[in-house]
Design a binder for this molecule. Structure first.
Ligand code: SF4
Length: 153
């Protein structure tokens, strides 16, 4: 995994899930999956996070908060929709509580299907998003530093 240059911090937002997906996300921290080996850490504050994992249907009560959480993240951010609920409403699609999928509320970069998805699938999405984050960094033109007159002397 030497191509992963960044150690991203991750924030998880439960936008109305049954907690099944959240348990799979938490499993990423146990010794079997151990996402800390990629430098990943779960953070409570979105202000410290590079990647947002969203679980649940994005219920009406959650939409405003979800937008706020997204806006609070720093500019280079990626969003992963975890589970069928976040992607399309899953088993709650026909229910009164479902209004629209998460990608209609905030931009989503990666989708992890499943009810709930397996931790391996979430790790796969994380690695792909990490590659994108590294790619974004490479695309950015290098900043050239001008030496001050004092430094030239
Ligand atoms: S996708 Fe399945 S496990 Fe995940 S929140 Fe929805 S119902 Fe629960």
């Amino acid at each position: 995994m030497d191509y992963i240059k960044k150690s991203p911090w991750i924030c998880v937002y439960n936008a109305g899930s049954c907690n099944g997906c959240d348990l799979e996300v938490l499993a990423l921290l146990n010794p079997k999956y151990d996402i800390e080996r990629f430098g990943c850490e779960l953070k409570a504050s979105p202000r410290h996070a590079d990647i947002l994992l969203v679980t649940g249907i994005g219920s009406k009560q959650n939409q405003k908060r979800l937008k706020l959480v997204y806006e609070q993240m720093a500019s280079k951010k990626k969003v992963i929709a975890v589970g069928s609920c976040a992607i399309s409403g899953g088993p709650f699609r026909e229910g009164w509580v479902f209004t629209e999928p998460v990608d209609r509320i905030i931009p989503v970069d990666m989708y992890v299907p499943g009810c709930p998805p397996r931790p391996e699938a979430i790790i796969d999405a994380l690695i792909k998003v990490l590659e994108e984050l590294d790619g974004d960094k490479k695309d950015k033109p290098k900043q050239t530093r001008r030496r001050s007159k004092k430094a030239k002397k």
